[in-house]
Each structure stands twice: as C-alpha cells, then as structure tokens.
Design a binder for this molecule. Structure first.
Ligand SMILES: [Zn+2]
Length: 136
C-alpha cells in the first residue's frame, strides 16, 4: 500500500468508519468518535451487530455498553497494540509513524491469517483421524 492510500485509509477511518445507523447499540455520535479515535472500525456480522475491530492489531471486541471507554477497552484487551503505543491523533502522524503502523498492521494481518490456517488444518486433521479410526 502506498503512502497516499494509507493517508486516505486513516482519514476514512477517522471520519466515516462509524455510522450511527450501522451501530444500534450506542447511537451517540460522540461515542462513535471515541471508537474511531481508539482505532476501532465497525465490522458487524449477523450474530454480532456491535463488533469493532482495531485497524492495526485486528483485535475484535463486542458487547459494548454505553459506559465503556473504547480506549480503555482496547488497552485492556490488546496492551501491545502499535496504534495504542503511539498515543497520537491519526491526523498528526508523521510519515515514519504511518509506515511503522502499516508494517505492524501487515505483521498482525499475517499472524491472524496463519492462525486461521492452523485452526483449519487442525479441523482437517481431526476429520482424517476420525476417518482412520473408523477403519479399525
Ligand atoms: Zn489495536
């Protein structure tokens, strides 16, 4: 991803990632701003309409309560997140900070995909074991 795309992504993230009509649990714009400032993007599913995912560490949180502080929740559930470590408004990031965040994001994305593949492989192995045991 090029720098311009990254800047665009961060701008979109901070301004349009949270739309009140997509987030029925906490319909307060101030809260939506806090969610975006804490690095969360709204990623709802049919079974979990209030799921929010960090755009850097990919930590997913759901079951939000109106009194929850998004930044505190993010810190509690993902204390090593590179976005949180920066402690800086996304609009004020330097190019170097932006590139470092992107690097961390790509590392986290790779880890997430590898973990999904491991789970998939473990399920496949369990099925094969079941088939083999049925031959005995
Ligand atoms: Zn994070």
């Amino acid at each position: 991803m090029q720098v311009k795309q990254q800047e665009k992504m961060l701008l979109e993230h901070s301004h349009t990632a949270w739309k009140p009509h997509n987030f029925p649990v906490i319909p307060v714009v101030k809260t939506l701003r806090k969610m975006a400032e804490a690095g969360f993007i709204h990623t709802p599913s049919e079974n979990a309409p209030d799921v929010a995912q960090c755009f850097v560490c990919f930590k997913e949180l759901e079951g939000w309560e109106p009194e929850d502080d998004p930044m505190e929740e993010h810190q509690r559930h993902s204390p090593n997140c590179a976005f949180l470590r920066l402690q800086k408004d996304t609009a004020k990031l330097t190019l170097q900070e932006l590139l470092k965040l992107h690097k961390e994001r790509m590392i986290n994305l790779s880890k997430k995909e590898i973990n999904l593949k491991i789970i998939e492989l473990e399920k496949y192995a369990a099925n094969v074991r079941n088939e083999v045991s049925s031959f005995r």
